[in-house]
Design a protein around this ligand. Structure first.
Ligand SMILES: *Cc1c(COP(=O)(O)O)cnc(C)c1O
Length: 383
């Protein structure tokens, strides 16, 4: 026991240094980090451009609050809505907070309170975000959730059609359910969502906290679908390791968040904004994103080569990849760690690969070699 709450099941190593994809623990052992701090360190660890930005900005100004103009926030907002149909941004500090803002904006704008979300979704741990999350284990023990959320089976167009009516303010989903096991929205389901949103004047909220900022090989994952969100939430990759989140929304919603309607002290603080600007400059670059897609294809094809497809299912997009092992993966995560590869699970049976977007092809080869050894061993133990 130590002086911390025991609310995380922590792996028994402590990481003290990192460069790119490689991290070192307190004993000097090195690992390939295929967790990236859970999809956060999109440019790897201690990227020189981010180090430079932090140093330079920290000598100018750190924090001013939103009492004053913020040209940095304006510039970051402009970069985030360039090349899409969205037009305004608001910054906060985490994914859960971004989803709180999205839920508040949708409720205030429509004057309605009923929000549809999906089973196995994950939207965060604050009361609104937890209420939006369609997983009992996340909500257990905390008493009544925020009213008027309905959880429907993901990718079930009939269930959605049978539930949705004029009372619905918003439909909220992840394009790829990350924590829930790497499940992608189908195009058929996306079409049903679009039709219903149009017909009943419902807002579409897309939670891009995990999938956004290049993680799936495009700026945002919705770009690879026919979905056209009214509100997008983001965090994780946005600061590349510095805590910053935010929402983007269409021009139609601009008036709803007028002065005094919503806010947070740290939101869009100059240090966070400077780091996010640098992240976006590097990640929202066509050549960079093309490379992410190339690495993704390479990683998927290598995995398919070494893992028998009757036992392992590979899912996901970009560098958000799941290996469904059809059995508990906790012990596999431990074995990978021993072999020098850090992984995170997505649900009980899926290994999640979240390398930095800057991972090299050689590092992918090394990770796949480790996975091959471990997963083949696992198989022989079972059979
Ligand atoms: C991680 C995550 C969140 C919560 O973000 P926090 O920064 O931990 O609050 C919300 N939605 C999705 C899809 C996530 O992956």
């Amino acid at each position: 026991m130590n002086a911390l709450f025991n609310n995380y099941s922590r792996r028994p190593i402590s990481i003290v240094e990192g460069k790119g994809t490689i991290v070192k623990d307190s004993t000097g052992k090195q690992y390939l980090d295929f967790t990236s701090g859970i999809a956060v360190c999109c440019l790897g660890h201690t990227h020189p451009a981010l180090v430079k930005t932090i140093k330079e900005q920290s000598e100018k100004i750190w924090h001013t609050s939103n009492l004053f103009e913020s040209p940095g926030q304006v510039q970051l907002a402009e970069k985030l809505v360039k090349d899409n149909h969205l037009s305004h941004a608001l910054f906060c500090n985490s994914g859960a907070e971004a989803n709180e803002a999205a839920i508040k904006l949708a409720r205030k704008h429509t004057g309605k309170h009923h929000i549809i979300t999906f089973e196995n979704s994950f939207h965060g741990r604050t009361f609104g975000a937890m209420s939006a999350t369609g997983q009992e284990k996340i909500q257990k023990g905390f008493g009544p959730m925020l009213d008027q959320f309905t959880y429907l089976p993901f990718n079930d167009a009939d269930a959605l059609k049978n539930t949705v009516d004029e009372s619905v303010a918003a439909i909220m989903l992840e394009v790829i359910q990350g924590e829930g096991g790497i499940h992608e929205v189908t195009e058929e389901f996306a079409k049903a969502i679009n039709e219903l949103c149009e017909k009943h004047n419902i807002l579409l909220i897309i939670d891009e906290v995990q999938t956004g900022i290049g993680r799936t090989g495009t700026r945002f994952a919705f770009e690879q679908t026919s979905l056209k969100p009214d509100i997008v939430s983001m965090a994780k990759g946005l600061g590349g390791g510095f805590p910053i989140g935010g929402i983007l929304a269409t021009a139609e919603l601009y008036e709803t968040f007028g002065p005094g309607s919503h806010g947070t002290t740290y939101g869009g603080n100059p240090l966070g904004v400077a780091v996010a600007q640098t992240v976006i400059d590097l990640v929202f670059d066509d050549r960079f994103l093309e490379e992410v897609r190339e690495k993704s294809q390479y990683l998927i094809s290598k995995l398919e080569e070494v893992l028998p497809q009757d036992q392992f299912e590979i899912r996901g997009k970009g560098l958000l990849i799941g290996i469904d092992c059809h059995k508990e993966v906790a012990s596999i995560v431990g074995k990978a760690e021993e072999a020098g590869l850090l992984l995170v699970a997505a649900g009980a049976q899926v290994l999640r690969l979240l390398p930095p977007l800057t991972v090299t092809f050689d590092e992918i080869d090394e990770a796949v070699a480790i996975l091959k050894t471990i997963l083949t061993e696992e198989k022989s133990v079972v059979s």
